[in-house]
Design a protein around this ligand. Sequence first.
Ligand SMILES: [Mn+2]
Length: 470
Amino acid sequence: MSTSPNTMAVYAKRRAAIGRALKAAGGGIALLPTAPEVPRNRDSDFPYRHDSYFYYLTGFSEPGGWLVIEASGKTVKSTLFCRPKDLEREIWDGIRLGPKAAPAQLGVDEAFSVDALNQKMPELLANQNAVWFPFATHPGLGSQVDGWLDQVRARVRQGAECPTSQHDLCKLLDEMRLFKDSQEVSILRRAGKISAAAHVRAMQASAAMLRAGVKGGLREYHLDAELLHEFRRQGSEFPAYTSIVAAGANACVLHYRAGDTELKAGQLCLIDAGCELQGYASDITRTFPADGTFSPAQRRLYDIVHAAQEAAIAVTRPGKRFNDPHEAATRVLIEGMLETGLLPKAKHGKVDDVLASGAYRQFYMHRTGHWMGMDVHDCGDYSEPGSKAREEKDATGQSVMRKPSRILRPGMVTTIEPGIYVRPAKNVPKEFWNIGIRIEDDALITAKGCELLTREVPVAADEIEALMRG
Ligand SMILES: [Mn+2]
């Protein structure tokens, strides 16, 4: 991995920001390991993926890394622990950066072999006010830190002072990561373009393969392969999450994976898939007719979901709250449910009645968005920091204390993904049975509104049909 001076400066700037935050909190030391390697089965690991927080502050994607940031007095110092050079291991597993080259390559002040971690860490922790580390993301880290602190305490008579408080480093990092800087935005834009191209490829392949006829039938995995092909062809490292390719009724299973179900002409196909590029996710869902032509019933529901997404996009802008797009989309979906008879008007009344009763949840049971960034479901507080909790009714009518949802600000990235899922049921018009539709795009909040990062794949029904004819 090579890091350009420009890129190096981005990570140095983020470490400096953490240093300032530590100082503002009275000074201290922050520890952050990367993710462990995870065995898949004998001698074979899952593809390695760094820890997002660690990568955010280092740009270093090897396993075995630890970052330490000391912020006391006037100075901020960053120290990296990494795997030592080892010719034998490098022949098998690939080049290691090694501690000698790390400072010049990554811009850290000092680097040691990770073999020295247990010896060095008590020395680094001694005489620090406070220690910060991630509380929830690394199982066993808390007791590891406790072990090092015990070693510091054992040296109190030699004049070493032990940190007197522990804090969750993620509190600081989550807030930083919620606001994407220009380097992140440019990667997210490229990730969005690649994923859009993959969806275009899958749609076109679906229609073409049905026209040509595939021996054994067109299967979900055929389209999964088209997605992967485009991701990798354009340099993405992996899918950002397990792709959903759902034929017909499978679309009503929210976390369905791409399986081997046959996709037939006349059915819809729902694809929820996005690539990861340089550690950043993208997240797109499109629902399209397998053969390129919507049936009237499919088209009716599709246009409702599309209108719901447009309503949500219109309120995805600075000053609105995170919940506003969800509320806007839900109202449009409910109107559609009443118009189509999914929810008979005589029984369910008007939009506000359905909002109050929650009857729409039979067909729309998830939220309209989530933060997105390095992680597809990214970190960041969904409620406005510093605001007071107030009493609200939850879905079941129970009283809960909730903080007002987050005010949208430039630099945040959220998905916008309304849907309708119709499982067969009495009193539900049969023409809509087994139709599952979701439309999802990624939106960067800008100064005046939002920029959709994933619109190089069409979303309007007519445009999808045109694309699939071509
Ligand atoms: Mn999503």
